[in-house]
Write a protein that binds this ligand. Structure first.
Ligand SMILES: *Cc1c(COP(=O)(O)O)cnc(C)c1O
Length: 425
């Protein structure tokens, strides 16, 4: 596709965009200043907290009303009975991550799910106990892994870091291959971010699974920055487990519930050690309350508690939108939109900026991470004062996510025009 650096071109792209109508289904925060001629924020942080669908309020209100009208009877009498409410999310969520419904459930929050999954899938022995993570893994994942190691009597020293090469920013899969080839006999688990939160690099999950399995290591993926952003094809990738939050690209509200994936090959394995509660007990006999524990098959077999319906209602509002559009169409727009963003950034004639995200659309989602030499956080502050919301990561990276659900080509054009003004002074 041939891009042009002009507002007219951006507007023409919006006109031709069959998904442009989606923007109006979201609340875009409003500019409260007379000085700017723009009325809406330029929001580039859907990778941190997605915007609110206008339908969310209605979905939550439905549950509030049903609670008011039915009390406890709402478990069966609500328009969407609460007893099985989570099942309304399963197949839509499964499509988003390329899984079978039996492999997916929505529950808890991301770090909690990682711990519950490690209870089952991190089974260290005296010989095989180390865990591989990326050297710039998200802090919560690192802390979770470190605490699991300590819980089993090991230490932070037993983390093996997959690092970018000297003077490089991105991970090279051959280096992971080498780590597993040489140290695989000591490695119990690979826990890797499918899309790195810092660089935006989308890794080849199928290849990571094959590398790990070649030495009998379990492979788990954190998809916080992947779900709703790229198509990870979890089932075909053959990874053992995955988890992701829903408040980033999945627009389900601050601190909303998380997704969990356990590959079908483990779905009937009742011998996997795991924690239990009444919600992973066989639902046919759950309310007899007297049976010996009988674990459910599939991902539902990792649930513990009955889930918060109000939060799930917000997830349902968002997943209904994703289902209407489909990940294929969304990805198609995303590749064009992020390609345009990248093109405009590269047009800025400055030796101080460098894009560290891969250029190949197959190796990234919508996020572009821009390294700005000699800059400090004041650049980010200046952008924020113009109601351009981006994310700053020390020491010098500006993370920007033109999210295809609600970002226009015009937004991208205007954002880069203002950024350019700050960079060239
Ligand atoms: C956002 C994010 C988290 C946050 O974890 P919570 O348990 O939802 O607070 C963890 N890991 C990664 C990789 C993330 O991007």
């Amino acid at each position: 596709m041939k891009y042009q650096n002009s507002l007219a071109f951006a507007k023409q792209q919006d006109k031709e965009d069959s998904l442009a109508y989606l923007r109006d289904k979201f609340h875009i925060p409003k500019v409260k200043s007379e000085v700017l001629r723009r009325t809406e924020w330029l929001y580039f942080t859907g990778n941190s907290l997605g915007l609110q669908p206008k339908s969310t309020k209605e979905y939550i209100n439905q549950e509030l009303e049903d609670w008011a009208n039915f009390g406890v009877e709402g478990h069966l009498e609500a328009k969407n009975p609460w007893l099985n409410y989570h099942e309304l999310l399963t197949s839509k969520m499964a499509k988003i991550v390329g899984a079978k419904p039996i492999e997916v459930v929505v529950m808890n929050t991301l770090t909690t799910n990682l711990h519950l999954l490690m209870v089952s899938f991190y089974r260290p022995t005296k010989i095989k106990y180390k865990i591989v993570i990326e050297s710039d893994a998200f802090p919560s994942d690192r802390y979770a892994v470190e605490s699991q190691l300590k819980f089993h009597g090991f230490s932070a020293e037993d983390i093996i870091q997959w690092k970018p090469r000297e003077n490089e920013e991105l991970l090279n899969i051959e280096d992971l291959e080498k780590i597993v080839e040489t140290q695989g006999d000591e490695i119990a688990l690979l826990l890797i971010g499918g899309v790195n939160y810092y660089t935006g690099q989308f890794l080849d999950l199928k290849r990571i699974a094959a590398i790990g399995h070649s030495k009998d290591c379990v492979v788990g993926i954190d998809l916080a920055h992947g779900a709703g952003n790229v198509q990870p094809n979890l089932h075909d990738s053959n990874v053992d487990f995955a988890a992701w939050c829903t408040y980033k690209y999945l627009n389900s509200g601050p601190g909303s519930l998380a997704g969990l994936f356990v590959h079908e090959k483990h779905s009937k394995n009742k011998d996997l050690p795991r924690f239990a509660g009444w919600w992973n007990h066989n639902k046919e006999t759950r309310f007899n309350m007297r049976q010996p524990f009988d674990v459910m098959a599939g991902a539902e077999g990792w649930q513990l508690s009955n889930p918060p319906i109000l939060s799930m209602a917000a997830i349902k509002a968002s997943l209904d939108l994703f289902d209407e559009v489909g990940m294929d169409a969304l990805r198609e727009k995303s590749e064009k939109l992020t390609g345009y963003f990248e093109f405009l950034i590269r047009e800025i004639d400055s030796e101080y900026i460098k894009i560290i995200t891969p250029s190949n659309p197959k190796e990234r989602g919508c996020q572009i991470s821009i390294q700005v030499k000699n800059a400090d956080k004041s650049l980010h502050t200046k952008l924020t004062e113009q109601y351009i919301i981006t994310d700053w990561r020390e020491p010098n990276v500006l993370r920007c996510a033109p999210v295809p659900m609600y970002t226009s080509f015009e937004d991208v054009y205007r954002m880069v025009a203002i950024l350019k003004g700050f960079l060239l002074v």
